[in-house]
Design a protein around this ligand. Structure first.
Ligand code: ADP
Length: 525
């Protein structure tokens, strides 16, 4: 008797030890799994962000300009984190839950095939609903993502244009735009929510029903003698046990879907074909030649119709013509921002669009009155153009554009933080920083587009010296939206409806008594 008791105690002890061991092992495994999942997740998040930023940086310039910044921001932030979330948590959970479901089902069948039937049938039925859901959900989620992009786009627009909004009293209108965006977004969310609710309704039924059915079947089986109390209890416990992993499985499948939608949006950026292919040819000299240049913003609507133009190194060419005639477009082609639809712009015999971007910027740069000050120090803002530049070179560039006066007076000098949120620069100062950047990049050809006059006349006069420092000794193409720039140029190209109709010096064109002479007379009288 005593022997049996101690043997039973020994068994109980070893079972307890085993259980304790398993619990400890589970804790260790869970901990290391979570730790490595977190590490994996963070590094994935980091590389995904890098991938996206990289992909955006490689996007054709023309494409970035047309994409809204809100859309790109949404992709870099929301889409990257949903994607990495779904890989980090949803995917592993789906695998664990899927395995549990399969093993539980196997155990149920081993216990009693008949008692497993209700669960099997209802699971199969709910799978049909899951399938329906997963066919519709991706589009729903893509739409949702799109609506977030819209919200962000309009929000950034409102913030960036805050002054205009205030000046023109557009606050109400902007708020309306925001409300509309949210309404559209809410509709998209509601659609997704309805899909989910339907899914979970069916799932709930799939779980409550089997319990009742197993109990019923078990009662009949017990009465007829083909099911024991043990089998019935086991079957019910398994039915219960199936619930949690199956729900997790469906739930994570849902998250994986969201992840796939986000991944699609991310990969979408990478699939935009590049608009230029770098070659290895080195330009032999500084002569720029454009031949048979045509360009269309929309298919079949050329805005340039076969322009031929060559630039002598060091010359000043002014491009004049009525507004909308294609001057800015021509300037962007000459600066290599867009590749032409037909023909080519070459420098020293090499097409601009076959030059690596950093080399292209050392050949020709487009200067507009839109400029950007990046958040960072004055030095950071200027060495953007050439990373290996020394402080002396940066200072020389700032002196050349006449900016050293005020930069030298900043408390931290070159280390002073500028950009939004720090030291605010006047438009004139910001323009000087942009010009200093160009002095450092040192392109031999400058395309100057004075398209919109963002700068007040006083600042403009002040900047003239800075501008002259940049332009001296370089080939300059000046897109003149006001005619007086043309007068002093070596040659003038008159562009009308996407064609160069006259080309020559001021005196020649006045003598020719054509379009330019007419423009000139209208301007001077
Ligand atoms: P200009 O500089 O002489 O005023 P542009 O080169 O800006 O002329 O414009 C030439 C034509 O191309 C115009 O008809 C204009 O509407 C069109 N255009 C300019 N930019 C775009 C754009 N981003 N998308 C579509 N059409 C454009």
């Amino acid at each position: 008797e005593a022997g049996r008791t101690s043997a039973a105690l020994a068994t109980a002890d070893s079972v307890a030890l085993l259980v304790a061991g398993i619990v400890v092992l589970q804790a260790v495994l869970t901990f290391s799994a979570k730790a490595s999942a977190a590490v994996l997740g963070q590094s994935m998040l980091a590389s995904a962000r890098e991938f996206v930023v990289d992909a955006i940086l490689r996007l054709p310039l023309s494409r970035v300009e047309t994409a809204s910044s809100g859309d790109l921001v949404t992709r870099v932030t929301r889409d990257v984190s949903t994607m990495s979330n779904s890989v980090r948590w949803a995917l592993p959970q789906a695998i664990v839950a899927g395995t549990s479901v399969v093993l539980t089902l196997a155990a149920m069948i081993a216990n009693s095939l008949i008692l497993a039937l209700p669960s099997l049938v209802l699971l199969a039925l709910s799978l049909i609903q899951v399938r329906r859901y997963s066919q519709r959900a991706p589009n729903g989620y893509l739409t949702e993502g799109g609506t977030y992009s819209r919200i962000n786009t309009h929000l950034t627009e409102t913030v960036e244009g805050a002054r205009t909004v205030e000046a023109l009293g557009l606050a109400g209108q902007r708020r309306q735009v925001g409300d509309d965006d949210i309404e559209v977004s809410a509709q998209a969310e509601r659609y997704g929510m309805t899909l989910r609710n339907l899914l979970f309704l069916v799932m709930d039924m799939a779980f409550s029903l089997p319990r009742a059915l197993v109990l019923l079947l078990g009662a009949v089986g017990y009465a007829q003698g083909w099911a024991s109390i043990g089998e019935i209890t086991t079957a019910i416990l398994y039915t219960e046990a199936l619930w949690a992993p199956f729900e997790t499985l469906v739930h994570t499948v849902d998250e994986v879907q969201v992840g796939i939608a986000s991944t699609t949006r991310l990969l979408g950026i990478a699939t935009v074909p590049p608009d230029r292919q770098e070659g290895r040819d080195e330009p032999t000299d500084r002569t720029m030649v454009g031949t048979d240049l045509r360009y269309a913003y929309r298919a079949d609507h050329d805005v340039l119709h076969g322009i031929d133009l060559s630039l002598e190194p060091g010359e000043r060419l002014a491009i004049v013509g009525p507004s909308g005639s294609g001057k800015s477009t021509l300037g962007r082609l000459l600066a290599g921002i867009h590749g032409p639809r037909t023909g080519a712009v070459t420098v020293g015999g090499v097409e601009l669009v076959r030059l690596p971007l950093d080399q292209l910027r050392a050949e020709v740069a487009l200067v507009t009155q839109e400029h950007h000050v990046f958040i960072g120090t004055v030095r950071d803002n200027i060495v953007l153009a050439r990373e290996d530049a020394s402080d002396e070179q940066v200072e020389a560039a700032l002196r050349a554009v006449g900016a050293w006066d005020w930069v030298g007076r900043l408390p931290d000098g070159l280390d002073a933080k500028i950009g939004s949120g720090s030291q605010d620069l006047t438009p004139g100062q910001a323009q000087q920083v942009a010009l200093a950047r160009l002095i450092l990049a040192d392109p031999h050809t400058i395309v100057l587009d004075e398209a919109t006059s963002l700068i007040d006349p006083h600042t403009a006069r002040h900047l003239e010296g800075s501008m002259n420092a940049l332009l001296s000794e370089r080939t300059v193409v000046a897109i003149a939206h006001r005619l007086h720039t043309a007068h002093d140029a070596d040659r003038i190209a008159v562009v009308i409806d996407g064609r160069v109709v006259e080309l020559g010096s001021h005196a020649e064109l006045v003598a020719l008594d054509g379009e330019y002479a007419a423009l000139w007379r209208a301007w001077t009288t």
